[in-house]
Design a protein around this ligand. Structure first.
Ligand code: GDP
Ligand code: IMO
Ligand code: MG
Length: 455
């Protein structure tokens, strides 16, 4: 074998054939994913892991996401920026799978930059893929009009965040979307394509008001600001993976049950929020995926419309909502609440292959005398073997619960597993055993410190 690692083998005729050298796999990325219907506390888990990360990435979704991070009692809200950008040493990367509303991005950065210790030099640390699609104001307006039409025509909307997510991913799939590389290439050509797209929507939705010149002027301003941040995302990622050792973190947005393929379709978002979205949304091979951490809230919440088998439309649901301060970061809507449903988390695990779980908001359950956990589904009195694809079936599900004793004491000061009350420990162990995935962290409060690490 040569020093470079390539192999030379003698063939039968005696000549030597050079076999291709196998490149090293390179750095692995650590992935944090939502395992329910969103708002599990991904932002907080990312913040924890990002403290010694070199690079933090977003790979899908847009500013429909809302990730709250609390540091030194200061609350930061992230929508498009990776939450780990709080670490002043980390490079933040927005991959090609993300859809970007540029004025929204700057607004978010400015808002957070003026809080607490701010976001030191964020403009120099933010890298944006040239292949990412742009969300325009009219995508957001179309999102609103489509919701209204769904309500009028079918009596039911989807309950979207109205951030233009559906329309922009639809345009991407229809191949009429515009990307960051188009904005930077030739503004005249970009403007023409922008106008064509705007007019296409106007002909579909005649009541739509689009300020074409106004938005183009705003986009020109944004173009100047983002120019130094834009890179060929594939090369950037390749160099990060194959350069010197680096700790790279990927922050999933939305969640498994909102995934366009695996979620509770059609009541889902428009991107892949499961592990496949990491590769397609950053431009990297699967062998570079390392640990995949599933964030699991100790109970279940859902914003917007759609079946929710373990929902509690009663005092329990109200208690979880108020104790958990379950209000959407992006839309301000109250989140629907219910018991932990392990059927759907097992399903999310089948897709994502979680290497460990971060169990958040255990403290919210502190006051309950008993706690139910969904472990199986029945439809028409028959147990069903899988999480159903069909929403009509999911609506019919009767969740089979196991009832566990509560601990009725304050866990918020616990900093080790042993400091948790015995019944809280049993709750965690039950989840672990049922899923067959170890729990690595337990959240007992909003702050960075309120996280127990188990191993
Ligand atoms: P994300 O979308 O998954 O990042 O989650 P959100 O930020 O939308 O919602 C989670 C909320 O729960 C935020 O307000 C967090 O600060 C808060 N949170 C996260 N972990 C914990 C925890 O362990 N206990 C409590 N009480 N709050 C938490
Ligand atoms: P994070 O990252 C909770 C939901 C919306 C709606 C559906 C479609 O904070 O966990 P969209 O605007 O994406 O077309 O809306 O998806 N949804 C979320 N719910 N957390 C999120 O993100 C969500 N992102 C989308 O409420 O029901
Ligand atoms: Mg959220």
């Amino acid at each position: 074998m040569s020093e470079s690692g390539s192999q030379e083998a003698a063939n039968e005729s005696g000549s030597s054939t050079k076999q291709a050298s196998i490149p090293p796999v390179g750095n692995k990325v650590t992935v944090v994913l939502g395992s329910q219907w969103g708002d599990e506390g991904k932002g907080k888990v990312v913040d924890l892991l990002a403290q010694d990360a070199d690079m933090v990435c977003r790979c899908q979704g847009g500013n429909n996401a809302g990730h709250t991070v609390v540091v030194d009692s200061v609350e930061y809200d992230f929508h498009l920026l990776p939450s780990g950008i709080i670490n002043p040493k980390a490079t933040a990367f927005i991959g090609n799978g993300v859809v970007i509303h540029l004025p929204g991005l700057f607004e978010e950065a400015e808002k957070n930059a003026h809080k607490g210790k701010g976001l030191t030099d964020w403009e120099k640390r933010l890298i944006i893929s040239d292949r990412a699609h742009i969300v325009f104001d009219f995508h957001q307006a179309v999102d609103g009009v489509q919701e209204q039409q769904r309500q009028e025509q079918a009596g039911k909307n989807l309950g979207t965040t109205k951030k233009g997510i559906g329309p922009v991913y639809s345009a991407k799939a229809a191949r009429s979307g515009l990307r960051i590389c188009d904005l930077l290439a030739d503004f005249t050509q970009f403007s023409e394509r922008y106008k064509a797209l705007a007019n296409q929507y106007k002909s579909m939705y005649p009541t739509l008001e689009i300020d074409i010149e106004g938005e183009l002027a705003k986009l020109k301003e944004c173009m100047e600001k983002i120019k130094p941040m834009v890179r060929d995302g594939v090369h950037f990622m390749y160099e990060a993976l194959h350069g010197p050792p680096k700790k790279i973190l990927v922050e999933g947005a939305n969640a498994a049950l909102l995934d366009i393929d695996f979620g509770t379709y059609p009541f889902v978002t428009s991107s892949n929020c499961t592990v496949g979205g990491v590769c397609t949304g950053l431009g990297m091979p699967p062998q570079n995926v390392g640990d995949v951490y599933g964030v699991v809230k100790a109970y279940t919440t859902r914003v917007g419309i759609g079946a929710f088998p373990s929902e509690q439309n009663n005092d329990i649901g109200e208690l979880l909502q108020s104790r958990g301060k379950e209000v959407g970061v992006t839309t301000g809507r109250k989140r629907r609440c219910g018991w932990l449903d392990l059927v759907l988390i097992k399903y999310a695990h089948m897709i994502n292959g979680f290497t460990a779980v971060a169990l958040t908001k255990l403290d919210i359950l502190d006051v309950l005398p008993e706690i139910k956990v969904g472990v199986a589904y029945k439809v028409n009195k028959q147990e069903i073997p899988h999480f159903p694809a069909n929403q009509e079936v999911l609506q019919l599900v009767e969740v089979q619960y196991v009832t566990l004793p509560g601990w009725e004491s304050d866990t918020s000061a616990a900093r080790s597993f042993d400091e948790l009350p015995e019944n809280a420990q049993k709750y965690v162990r039950f989840i672990e055993e049922h899923l067959g995935v170890p729990v690595k962290w337990i959240g007992v409060g909003q702050s960075r410190e309120s996280m127990i690490q188990l191993f």
